[in-house]
Ligand binder design. Structure first.
Ligand code: NAG
Ligand code: NAG
Ligand code: NAG
Ligand code: NAG
Ligand code: NAG
Ligand code: NAG
Ligand code: NAG
Ligand code: NAG
Ligand code: NAG
Length: 435
């Protein structure tokens, strides 16, 4: 008798007695209540609804082994099932995934366009969190990693190619609304990562310097996270890898913040270990044109670049040139160390450091340059990174932690040496009160 109750209890309260394959084939669709579970049990895929909107349901991927339900990918974020009539996710005979509502209307689909039928083809949820469409010969013709939602997990190759708008991260609208918001994150030019608020930049990771693999060790944890940039010859990718295997993810939050989190099993919660933009200095163009934010001060302060003075004492208006540059001659350049390189540069390809300096000094409209060798970019054809500026210098700052690089700033030739001394001696330019 007691045994029977126990069995009944198990039957009623087991979380899921449904099938738990890691793959979909054309023989059997995925129905509400079904879950795919990756081979090693790390990720799950199925239908779900969120608090406050039980009538909207989605197909997505979440961590199978984390008690706090956390979605890393959603197929139909902007096109939920909106009735309680069941939909289904089918793998078609032409190797596409299609999400159908109860009337057979497609809410989401992949477009692989394989016309021949592949009996052994399947959609497989991998232990990395990647959902792939795999042909019998092992070739993946589609992967969810290429179409991220708001999250990057380790091993995603996140495209930094500016034309790839479909491959940007787009934040949720709110904590319980996964539809697309105005915040997106992606590559801008080959080297930068930008968060946009609609079309306005909100935060920018500056152009890569020489050190394109960066490790970040968290002293109170047991893992090291690496970010690397890979040049495939066909565009750049950013990739995050983790040593020590906790669950780590990067999300573009609905607030517009880029957050790195790790799953802390001791506290059973996600812990933020890095977040951008930080409150000071970090928001795009915080200090206005030709100004920079000095992070070496105890209170980060906006200052004018050398040779510039505050424009009307108005912080958001930035600075203006004290003395116009005269064209002709080679001009002289100040070395500003440990700087965040400004936005809106031109990348001049295939130059040595000296050629880069020469290019800028011989061109009257060039007001600054910065140079790096991309030592660690894999497979790069041209590893030189000569950046030159001809217009406004915007969104720059002076780091306090050595993460910056030299910015070479043109200065009217006569007073160059004098200013170099002033820069070293900390008597820098005009000061704008940060309030
Ligand atoms: C695939 O083809 C088989 C045989 O023609 C058919 O029975 C099945 O319904 C098809 N599956 C889908 C998802 O279209
Ligand atoms: C598949 O076909 C559709 C419609 O013809 C087209 O829009 C889409 O770009 C094609 N996809 C691929 C991957 O070729
Ligand atoms: C990432 O890829 C590496 C190399 O292929 C592999 O060893 C590692 O297990 C992968 N990590 C995850 C979380 O899938
Ligand atoms: C696998 O099959 C597809 C389609 O038939 C083909 O395009 C691809 O080249 C094949 N890949 C390999 C590694 O044989
Ligand atoms: C994003 O832009 C809108 C205007 O388009 C503005 O109201 C909002 O404050 C901006 N958000 C942030 C976080 O700056
Ligand atoms: C390490 O501990 C500090 C202080 O408790 C905390 O602010 C920080 O987020 C922790 N780092 C990680 C990676 O959890
Ligand atoms: C500063 O400049 C901004 C933009 O030009 C303007 O909106 C603001 O009113 C100015 N503030 C002051 C105190 O002049
Ligand atoms: C790069 O520059 C070197 C020397 O300046 C030249 O020999 C080489 O052809 C250039 N390569 C490309 C791809 O422009
Ligand atoms: C100066 O640089 C600008 C921007 O790169 C370029 O358009 C212009 O042709 C250059 N002028 C000379 C004389 O090289």
């Amino acid at each position: 008798m007691g045994m029977a109750y126990l069995l009944l209890f198990l039957f009623l309260f087991m979380p899921c007695l449904c099938r738990s394959d890691d793959r979909l084939t054309s023989a059997k669709p995925l129905l509400p209540g079904d879950v795919l579970i990756s081979d090693g049990g790390v990720f799950a895929l199925g239908f779900f609804s969120l608090k406050n909107s039980m009538l909207s349901s989605y197909v997505g991927i979440w961590y199978n082994n984390i008690p706090e339900r956390t979605y890393v990918w959603i197929a139909n974020r902007n096109n939920p099932l909106t009735t309680n009539l069941p939909g289904k996710l089918v793998f078609t005979n032409s190797s596409d995934l299609v999400l159908l509502d109860s009337t057979g209307h497609a809410l989401w689909t992949t477009t692989n366009n394989i016309t021949t039928r592949n009996d052994g083809a399947a959609a497989i949820l991998l232990n990395s969190g990647n959902l792939v469409v795999r042909l019998p010969n092992g070739t993946d013709i589609w992967e969810s990693f290429h179409y991220p939602t708001d999250t990057i997990v380790p091993n995603v190759s996140f495209s930094l190619s500016s034309t790839d708008i479909a491959r940007r991260l787009v934040a949720w609208k709110g904590p319980n609304d996964p539809s697309s918001s105005d915040f997106s994150m992606g590559g801008d030019s080959d080297f930068q990562i930008v968060v946009w608020n609609r079309t306005k930049p909100y935060w920018r990771r500056p152009a890569l310097g020489g050190n394109v693999i960066s490790g970040s060790f968290q002293s109170n944890t047991t893992f090291v996270m690496y970010q690397s940039t890979v040049d495939t010859g066909n565009g750049y990718y950013m990739k995050m890898t983790v040593d020590g295997s906790p669950n780590v993810r990067l999300t573009l939050d609905y607030t517009g913040m880029v957050s790195f989190r790790w799953w802390n099993s001791a506290t059973s919660s996600w812990t933020v270990f890095n977040q951008f933009p930080s409150p000071f200095c970090d928001q795009y163009a915080f200090c206005g044109p030709f100004a920079y934010c000095d992070d070496t001060e105890s209170v980060p302060t906006c200052k004018c670049l050398d040779g510039f003075e505050p424009d009307n004492l108005n912080l958001s208006r930035g600075c203006r040139r004290q003395e116009e540059l005269k064209c002709g001659g080679e001009g002289s350049f100040l070395t500003l160390p440990d700087m965040k390189t400004p936005d809106q540069f031109l990348h001049i390809r295939n130059k040595s450091f000296n050629q880069c300096a020469e290019y800028c000094s011989h061109n009257c409209s060039c007001t600054a340059y910065a140079y790096a060798n991309l030592e660690n970019v894999y497979a790069a054809v041209d590893r030189s990174r000569c950046l030159v500026w001809t217009g406004v210098l915007i969104d720059t700052k002076k780091f306090s932690n050595g993460f910056g690089e030299n910015l070479y700033l043109r200065y009217p030739s006569t007073s160059g040496m004098e200013l170099m001394e002033r820069w070293k001696g900390n008597g820098i330019g005009g000061l704008i009160s940060c309030g």
